[in-house]
Design a protein around this ligand. Sequence first.
Ligand code: GUN
Length: 293
Amino acid sequence: MAELIDGKVVAESVVEKVKQLTAELTSRHGVTPGLAVVIVGEDPASQVYVSSKGKKAKECGFNSFQHTLDASTSEETLLKLIGDLNADSSVHGILVQLPLPDHIDAGKIIQAIAPEKDVDGFHFINVGKLGTGELDTAFVPCTPAGSMLLIERVRGKDLSGLNAVVVGRSNIVGKPMANLLLAANCTVTIAHSRTKDLPGLCRTADILVAAVGRPEMIKCDWVKPGATVIDVGINRIPAPEKGEGKSRLVGDVDFAGAEKAAGAITPVPGGVGPMTIALLMANTLVSASRAAG
Ligand code: GUN
């Protein structure tokens, strides 16, 4: 049976370090990290994520600024808010929760965030820095950065020459994940909906990262024996066995099957999820430290 990679424990150790460094930054430089989180509309999942980000920020000793805007908010109003947050020296990190309502051009909003406050790492400047290996000054997207920490926990820091397969090519997870693995000298393949023989390709992976948003798609016999499996998926599926109208969370990996083949595997929930928030705190602290000089 695979080793279970406990994201809650690793995330807690990241958060403890952030708390300690924040206390030092505040006492030595008089700077308190500030994180502004913007949510537009009432998507229930987004509301849960945003409220946990705010809570965790306070727990770390940050100032947390939450901007809750009506679903009918215009692009112009949102751009004005971003401009104000860019100019506000008490704000070191700006996160606009995605998805945004259809009438707002998400790309335009993301590119309006000052790159030095883009703690999500979605601005072209940060994407470009990651792509060219400028990791010291880039903000790296939180979910892939957190996934890398989990991989390093089980495989150590030297991932040189390992075969990594990333299933999913999103800008938020798949592509930055592939870039991080490449920067760590893995041989990286990005698989997607048009990939031929996906099971066969997955079986070549020493490190398999699933980020497709399809419940339990990756099966036991897709996993190379001993592989490290990182499940980024969070899918809510009906669970009639728990009672009428009940649901449960599952990943993109068929956990019960894959844990028989994998060397180590992340659970859902409690794997990658907690890491995303922890890395958001770490990015915000880095931004505040840079601002303090
Ligand atoms: N929606 C889902 N994941 C994310 C994320 O990492 N950042 C933002 N801003 N929105 C998201």
